[in-house]
Design a binder for this molecule. Structure first.
Ligand SMILES: [Zn+2]
Length: 362
């Protein structure tokens, strides 16, 4: 593969895959291209040239729509948006804002935060609190020792996840029906984190997993029934065959997604969070995010099979971790609109460029 694949060439890149990879790719993805056209008045030319380089770049715009047929997730990529360089600037104001909030309640969680009814879980680099206004019956916070959420090491991230898992087991002990654990990390306010101090969140829910996780379980099960093959393994294989795979330790696979929910989405797949490789791979991906891609505000979400046996079939369902860049904190324009909420994601960052940047940082 040449080093300069582009997402807007995806239909041709899929065609060029070896036949077995291509057959798997085609049963998961539908990729189609279209051209949007416009006619700018003379008066707009200076502005268009300043914004996009040259007028022909906007006169005809190639758009690729990628749909995951299995999960019905989908993304629209416009070459005009995707051709912009990845923004990797460092925001000095952000560092100042982070420092200005030192001394917040999370800096002294023992007195500044409530404990869960089952107590706190303490790790090497974090401790849990009970969330004051709960999403669900069990809703905890993994409060990092480090105030600055963007300063993390593999050991710290591994500890946060392992503390979240231990919290999940405590919730399960307290209520054997609360078997469905969800871990998330909303880093900084633009990603939904109302408190700057580094923290992740954990919930444990009853009856069924959250609808998006349950929908994925059902989709993967149907896929296995139809094709006799594991959906997640095939999904990784297609991304790797296209050159979207990222370096990962044994037992973990990682890639820049062909159907990102928003900018620069990465997906990591591993067998368990109990083992260190997946936790370290998440840390490495986040380090790449911050160092190579200049991401400062992101969401991380961990899909974990139930912690105790469940009535429904979870066979073949791994741990799936999603990371997504939520843009620039100083930007007043939301990155999500009606398209994202109700139709399909519109994404500017080219997954091929994201994968190249992360691989070059290794
Ligand atoms: Zn703090």
């Amino acid at each position: 593969m040449s080093p300069e694949e582009r997402i807007t060439d995806l239909p041709a890149l899929l065609e060029a895959l070896p036949s077995e990879d291509r057959a798997i790719a085609e049963r998961i993805f539908d990729a189609s291209a279209t051209t949007g056209r416009l006619d700018p008045p003379q008066e707009m030319r200076p502005w268009i040239e300043a914004s996009f380089g040259f007028v022909d770049a906007v006169r005809e715009q190639r758009i690729v729509k990628v749909t995951n047929r299995v999960t019905l997730e989908g993304t629209l990529f416009n070459e005009l948006r995707a051709s912009r360089p990845l923004d990797t600037g460092v925001d000095l104001d952000l560092e100042r804002d982070i420092e200005a909030t030192r001394g917040d309640p999370f800096c002294h969680p023992e007195t500044g935060t409530p404990a869960d009814a089952f107590g706190r879980v303490r790790g090497e680099h974090s401790t849990t609190a009970s969330n004051v206004a709960k999403y669900d019956g069990f809703h905890g916070v993994v409060v990092f020792d480090d105030h600055n959420p963007l300063r993390f090491t593999p050991e710290n991230v591994s500890d946060y996840v392992s503390v979240g898992l231990r919290w999940g087991r405590k919730a399960l002990d307290a209520d054997p029906a609360a078997r469905y654990l969800f871990l998330m990390w909303n880093c900084l306010w633009w990603a939904g984190g109302s408190i700057i101090h580094g923290h992740a969140q954990v919930t444990a829910t009853r009856n069924t997993h959250y609808p998006k996780v349950e929908r994925l379980r059902r989709a993967a099960l149907s896929y296995a029934a139809e094709h006799g093959s594991n959906y997640f393994a095939d999904l990784c294989r297609v991304h790797e065959a296209l050159g979207l795979g990222l370096p990962a330790p044994d037992g973990v696979r990682a890639f820049a997604s062909l159907t990102p929910v928003k900018e620069k989405e990465l997906v990591l797949v591993g067998s368990s969070l109990e083992a260190e490789p997946l936790r370290h791979a998440v840390a490495a991906a986040l380090e790449g995010y911050v160092r190579e891609l200049g991401v400062t505000t992101f969401n991380a979400a961990f899909y974990v099979p139930p912690l105790a046996s469940a009535p429904e079939d979870w066979s073949g369902f791994p741990v799936v971790v999603h990371l997504v860049d939520r843009g620039v904190p100083s930007n007043r324009t939301s990155d999500m609109g009606a398209m994202e909420l109700y139709a399909a994601s519109v994404v500017a960052s080219d997954p091929f460029a994201v994968a190249r940047s992360l691989r070059s940082g290794e």
